[in-house]
Design a binder for this molecule. Structure first.
Ligand code: ADP
Ligand code: MG
Length: 353
């Protein structure tokens, strides 16, 4: 098998009116419609408890649906057992069997299927070579680096020749440095293998780094679907704007708008500056955080200026040089403004208020 040979053909996944209700509480997944194109890297993103894992587990066949249909390339797989769907789950690297070699870890599911030893070891070796781990096939997980373990976990998931690979927070147990390294590996493997990846994460940064297609979820529903660029630049709802971060939600006479915090201007408020000028507001600096390339200013409504705890109402991200040319200080009264074209209307969201 050469690196150019596809393992299997990528498949599109479609969810049609899919819901999941557990015994008590509101629906964990509430009437979701979603089409994920084949060979794409899709990230399901949202806060803890919003239904990401339940959605993924229903696609995998590890959880039944309460209603709705799941299609893989137009074939209805809703009632198929997990092993017959053409999907596979990649578990976190620490789920490798510690007493088995990399090779035996990868071959494990073939052993369960009763495939003979020579054949399954052959196949496992091919897959380890595919993920550049061929030379380390006889090492146990403890003798491998975190990154190497991750690749064994990937090979182990690929041995069933899935058309869709499902990953539930695969990087969350890693330290921050390895997490960033591993996420670029995952992205590279997805492109190289040409498979459809569906990756669950609660990290907007991780989703933006990885996804061709991002699905923002909130309370069992889909808030917004789009490319990272579309979602970051044009969040449709207050929930998405706040969850993605880097945005200000501002009340204007025509409703709520979102403005990126690096698209805001800030200047000292003077007695002559007009507090009621359009596309502007008065604020007090409540926090100055140096971030290297940028300086992040936290800002409060003047009425909340003296509150000593709690979040800022808004933020402004200034390039370091801009800040150094005119530093702002905690307690300083300022005027914030933005170009009309930088403000995007937001649908209001009761869940976040
Ligand atoms: P996420 O992965 O986004 O953090 P989940 O899909 O795990 O969220 O959970 C969504 C909701 O469904 C949560 O309220 C959770 O408590 C509930 N839930 C998940 N699994 C079960 C279960 N097996 N039994 C009952 N409730 C569950
Ligand atoms: Mg989860």
């Amino acid at each position: 098998m050469s690196a150019a040979t596809p393992l299997s053909l990528p498949a599109a996944i479609e969810l049609v009116a899919v819901s999941k209700r557990f015994a008590e509480g509101p629906a964990a997944v509430d009437n979701i419609h979603l089409r994920i194109p084949g060979a794409s890297y899709c990230c399901l993103l949202g806060p803890s408890g919003c239904g990401k894992s339940t959605t993924l587990r229903m696609i995998a066949g590890h959880e039944t649906v309460t209603s709705g249909d799941i299609l893989l390339d137009n074939r209805n797989i809703t009632d198929l057992p997990a092993a017959a769907r053409g999907t596979a789950m990649m578990f976190q690297s620490f789920a490798l069997f510690p007493h088995l070699s990399a090779l035996d870890n990868v071959a494990f599911s073939l052993r369960m299927k009763g495939i003979d030893k020579a054949q399954r070891q052959d196949r496992a070796q091919q897959l380890l070579e595919r993920v550049a781990m061929g030379a380390l096939a006889n090492r146990k997980p403890a003798e491998l680096s975190g990154g190497q373990q991750q690749r064994v976990a990937l090979a182990r998931a690929l041995i069933t020749e899935p058309r869709v690979l499902l990953l539930d927070e695969p990087l969350s147990a890693l330290d921050p440095f390895l997490r960033i390294q591993m996420r670029s590996e995952l992205r590279r493997w997805q492109k190289e293998l040409g498979l459809t990846f569906i990756h669950v994460t609660h990290s907007q940064e991780e989703a933006m780094a990885l996804a061709d297609m991002m699905v923002v979820m909130n309370q069992g529903r889909i808030e917004q679907v789009g490319t990272p660029h579309q979602i970051y630049n044009y969040p449709k709802s207050e929930f998405t704007a706040r969850f993605m971060g880097g945005h200000n939600v501002i009340e204007t006479p025509s409703g709520r708008v979102g403005v990126r915090n690096d698209h805001m201007q800030i200047q000292a408020a003077t007695e002559s500056s007009d507090a009621s000028a359009p596309n502007s507001l008065r604020a007090v600096v409540s926090d100055v955080e140096y971030q290297g390339t940028y300086v992040l200013l936290g800002l409060r409504r003047p009425a909340r200026a003296t509150v000593t705890d709690g979040d800022a109402d808004w933020s402004v991200m200034l390039p370091e040089a801009t800040f150094l040319a005119r530093p702002f200080h905690v307690g300083e009264s300022v005027q914030l403004s933005w170009a009309a074209g930088q403000a995007h209307p937001l649908s209001s969201d009761t869940a976040m208020t």
